[in-house]
Design a protein. Structure first.
Length: 693
């Protein structure tokens, strides 16, 4: 027999599945919104019961044929089946025959959803949305004309759910929202929109604006405002707004503009499809929404549109916050390599340089060594007078040597070899999918050959003065081809000091003095954590102390995170020779967020005297009361910057700044063996202490 705990767990799991299925009707992932929609359907018992019957049949059938509980298709067919059940409940009263109809069409919708979702994902990388519902509902409406034993219910109006004193332009919005659950009534629409407002200001706003934008376009085209508000398929505008304005795209001014263009597109599809569908006496259902959104997603994904939502398909506010966190803290859109030398060098020519870095070859750097502002000693007449001549050149990436050549003579200063522009060179294929070319190497200095595998920091050759090189220097570029002298592509360096400040990526300028930060094996071991490893801390807030336990866990995608056992998650890992906290998920009071604030990232180097900056996401810390929705129009409002300094081998100090004002002060002490020993954070009169037990 099932224990009471197991029974309650099963009930909670089933209720969660059911409420999330209802929430998915408006493409929302929220239990509360799902409950509101569930409750709203009972204003029409036929719709409510047929929906529940359809959902139950679908779940039982899916398990019967072997669909696993964790299969993502469960979420897809659940809401497609649910809304198909609503369609039957809207047409027919609950009788044995209508239940039989629901039983059959539910099974068909499960099969259709599984098939279409596989085709869409495998061949187009697209979601199936509610296309299965559109097809199933169309089939039911066409077939029902031949079933005379079914008792029609759609002629029994429920006008008492309307609020007559509401202006027509508001009634139009409410009734369009109500149609989402096949109940075009003011009260139902009010409940649905209230749920959206409570769930997300962004979702609510784009839904409302998209509806009125669609009505505006319709009114212009039809020449009649009343006819536009009377359009039964206008709920498609709401669905387009919800899905485009914050679900598949990151909310922003640009996204809102794109959403309006999508609404305009759907207007034409509604009218075109209606001409055809009306001959069969059936509505167009969600065809305009599906066709419009799928076209936009496919094209935007293909052109790698920068505001595609790659972080989360949950709440738009969360997606927006995660997007800012990743784009401001990590540059994963362009290649990042290590500096290909040791010690301090100076940028002699950068991107779009004043001499040779032009046009297709603008993305390149030239490096020299300077002492007291000069690149040479004595008179600079001899190659050997130049500080960088003969200095080691090391591999900036892990990869394979594709081409290597070192038989060209080195020029005397001020002379150039125009016939062999690149001089002696080496081209390495990086495991990350690009090529790195190092040019003007010293004759006879190669230490590797074509086909050799190289590691980061491995000696390759020496800096020379071969090719089109008036004085000894090292040329570095990243390219998409293995051919010598191919056009360069944008890239950056990581884990280095620029003018004594630690950076993980930055475009360098002429005169910048840079040197790579060596990785410390000791610090690397200090921040290697094992699955299920636990750490006990005393967590003190303004003198009140509690004992907390932090556990190392892992997501299904292999990402590690710290868990506080209360829903808080702090994701961590290594990125470009740094230990980083990727992001924080959890409540405002979780101690894990203070670990993020204390040390969002640091280069795993034994060097001291390092200074660096970090963006602090608003879900971790925010002093601003401005809603996230307004921040989508200006992402820099209320932005917090963390400034950190490592003056001692185990001590990092920091401060959080907003608009040049210091909001908090931080002191973090690292353990000699593993992790963080203690954290002290001061916010005004509040003090936070976290110390290892």
């Amino acid at each position: 027999m099932l224990s009471e705990e197991n029974s309650s767990g099963i009930v909670k799991e089933l209720s969660d599945d059911m409420f999330y299925a209802y929430a998915n009707l408006v493409f929302v992932k929220n239990r509360f919104v799902g409950f509101l929609l569930f409750a709203a359907t009972f204003f029409n018992v036929n719709i409510a019961l047929q929906g529940l019957i359809a959902l139950a049949v679908a779940i039982i059938f899916a398990r019967f044929i072997g669909v696993k509980k964790d299969d993502p298709v469960n979420k897809l067919f659940s809401y497609n089946v649910l809304i198909t059940g609503f369609a039957i409940g809207f047409l027919f009263k609950v009788t044995g025959l209508s239940v039989l109809l629901t039983f059959g069409i539910s099974i068909f919708t499960v099969l259709l959803t599984y098939t279409l979702s596989s085709i869409f994902y495998n061949y187009l990388k697209l979601p199936v949305l509610n296309i299965p519902f559109t097809i199933s509902a169309t089939i039911i409406y066409l077939a029902s004309g031949r079933y005379s034993n079914l008792i029609v219910d759609s002629f029994y109006r429920h006008e008492h759910f309307n609020i007559e004193f509401i202006p027509a332009y508001i009634q139009g919005l409410l009734r369009a929202a109500g149609i989402l659950v096949f109940m075009p009534y003011d009260l139902i629409g009010l409940i649905i929109l209230a749920g959206l407002l409570i769930y997300s200001r962004i979702t609510f706003s784009v839904a409302v604006v998209s509806y009125y934008a669609g009505i505006f376009f319709l009114a212009l085209l039809k020449g009649s405002v009343p006819l536009a508000f009377a359009e039964i398929s206008s709920f498609n505008f709401i669905l387009v707004g919800i899905s485009m304005g914050g679900m598949f795209l990151i909310a922003s001014k640009r996204t809102y503009l794109l959403t309006l263009t999508a609404v305009l597109t759907s207007v034409f599809i509604i009218d075109a499809a209606s001409v055809f569908w009306v001959s069969f006496g059936i509505p167009v259902f969600t065809l305009p929404f599906n066709l419009t959104v799928l076209l936009y997603i496919y094209v935007l994904g293909s052109v790698k549109y920068v505001m595609m939502n790659q972080t989360s398909l949950e709440k738009p506010e969360k997606s927006f916050t995660d997007h800012l966190n990743y784009t401001k803290r990590f540059d994963w859109n362009k290649p990042a390599i290590k500096l290909p030398f040791m010690g301090e060098w100076t940028v002699y020519q950068g991107f779009n340089g004043e001499w040779t870095h032009k046009g297709a070859w603008s993305f390149a750097y030239d490096f020299v060594i300077e002492t007291n502002g000069k690149t040479f000693q004595n008179d600079g007449i001899s190659r050997e007078d130049y500080y960088c001549f003969g200095k080691p050149v090391v591999s900036p990436v892990e990869g394979t040597v594709i081409e290597a050549y070192d038989e060209i003579d080195d020029n005397e200063p001020s002379n150039v070899d125009k016939a062999n522009n690149w001089g002696n060179y080496i081209i390495i294929w990086s495991e990350k999918g690009y090529y790195v070319e190092l040019s003007h190497l010293k004759q006879g200095s190669l230490k590797v050959k074509k086909g050799d595998r190289v590691e980061k920091g491995e000696p390759l050759a020496e800096c020379g003065n071969s090719g089109y090189s008036p004085e000894p220097h090292l040329h570095v570029q990243v390219q998409n081809s293995h051919l010598l002298g191919s056009p360069g592509s944008d890239f950056c360096f990581y884990a280095f000091l620029k003018n004594k400040t630690a950076l993980d990526s930055s475009e360098l300028k002429k005169g910048d003095r840079v040197n790579p930060l060596p990785v410390s094996k000791k610090m690397t071991r200090q921040f290697q954590f094992v699955l299920d490893e636990t750490f006990d801390y005393d967590f003190t807030v303004n003198g009140n102390t509690e004992r907390i336990t932090i556990t190392v866990k892992m997501e299904v995608d292999g990402t590690y995170y710290f868990s506080d056992g209360k829903g808080g998650k702090l994701y961590f890992g290594t990125d470009k020779d740094r230990f980083v906290f990727y992001k924080y998920d959890g409540g405002k009071d979780s101690p894990l967020k203070f670990f993020f604030i204390a040390l969002p990232s640091f280069t795993m180097s034994d060097e001291t005297g390092l200074d660096w900056k970090e963006y602090i996401p608003s879900n971790v810390l925010s002093f601003s009361k401005i809603p996230v929705f307004l921040k989508t129009f200006n992402k820099n409002i209320g932005e917090l910057t963390g400034i950190y300094s490592k003056k001692d081998s185990n001590v990092v100090t920091g401060k959080i700044i907003e608009n040049s004002t210091v909001k908090s002060e931080i002191r973090t002490i690292l353990c000699d063996k593993k992790g963080i020993r203690s954290i002290f954070i001061k916010f005004g009169d509040s003090e936070i202490k976290i110390e290892k037990s």
